[in-house]
Write a protein that binds this ligand. Structure first.
Ligand code: NAD
Length: 265
């Protein structure tokens, strides 16, 4: 975990939609050690009374960048932050699986990429279990059919989401395949794989269920000394039903933990 130190750190939020907007609001409501310095979003719809700068200018002026972009734009931003030696909180975890050069760059960079737990629960347990060796890790995600609209896997396989009338499995594979097929929907699988045993070893099932109320994720992780199941059902974010309300809160919790006198991980 990065530390906020004794001085206020300037935060720049890049991508101010459902998640970025919630983070800006929380920063302006007060998070010890951090101030919202500016945002970057060419289609900004929410006014936080801070400058809306280019990505390059915001990176240059801030200590910490929060990424809340469409996945297609997140990879370039990660490369820019690492090159400029800026720490970055990255919510588009899928983008890290499909661009392994970013993790290579991070290993030799003086700055860090922090991936929050996002819409997932149980990541604390995965990190602890990893010390003793994880034998297997898998995730099953269930959302309403139309939450997957526009995903490359859906279009490539001509899946008719409108005609799914009961709970149906639409994908089975590993986290790397899921990141390619569902880059905006399966960040949770990417997060699990990054915390655990890697993208190719993390099993993923994707289900569409017209009757489910929220976005549901269940992870099962087996180690030599522990077996863990964690399940969460999240309310979709009204501003972007592909996202969950919990995702923005995981960024806010990461920021609060950075300056808290007691941190429970
Ligand atoms: N890790 C997780 O568990 C998790 C959960 C939900 C969403 N996500 C990911 O978080 C990201 C943000 O989600 P969201 O719901 O806030 O999306 P959103 O569509 O509501 O917001 C994205 C914002 O980025 C802006 N934008 C687009 N291109 C830009 C650019 N080049 N520079 C600056 N801004 C740009 C858009 O105008 C928009 O305001 C997505 O990649 C999503 O897949 C991750």
């Amino acid at each position: 975990m990065f530390s906020s130190g004794s001085q206020q750190k300037k935060v720049g939020v890049i991508g101010v939609g459902a998640i970025g907007g919630a983070v800006c609001k929380a920063l302006q409501g007060g998070i010890d050690g951090f101030t919202l310095h500016g945002v970057s979003d060419p289609a900004l719809k929410q006014d936080f009374n801070v400058p809306n700068l280019t990505q390059d200018d915001l990176i240059a002026q801030c200590d910490l960048i929060v990424e809340a972009l469409p996945p297609s734009a997140a990879q370039d931003l990660a490369r820019k932050c690492l090159a400029a030696r800026r720490d970055m909180i990255m919510i588009s975890a899928c983008a890290l699986l499909t661009a392994p050069d970013i993790l290579d760059q991070a290993r030799v960079s003086e700055s860090r990429i922090i991936v929050p737990s996002g819409a997932l629960t149980g990541i604390d347990g995965v990190s602890s279990m990893k010390n003793l060796g994880i034998i297997s890790a898998s995730i099953a995600s269930t959302k309403k059919p139309l939450a997957y609209a526009g995903a490359p896997y859906i279009t490539d396989n001509n899946i008719d989401l409108d005609n799914i009338t009961e709970k149906t499995q639409i994908f089975a594979g590993n986290a790397l395949e899921a990141a390619k097929g569902f880059p905006a929907n399966l960040n949770v699988a990417a997060t699990l794989s990054l915390a655990g045993i890697g993208a190719e070893n993390t099993g993923v099932e994707i289900w569409a269920d017209p009757d489910i109320a929220g976005n549901c994720h269940e992870i099962t992780v087996k180690g030599e000394f522990s077996t863990m199941t964690a399940r969460v059902e999240n309310t979709p974010d009204p501003q972007n039903p592909k996202s969950s309300m919990l995702a923005a809160q995981s960024i806010i919790a990461t920021l609060r933990n950075a300056s808290a006198s007691l941190v429970v991980l």
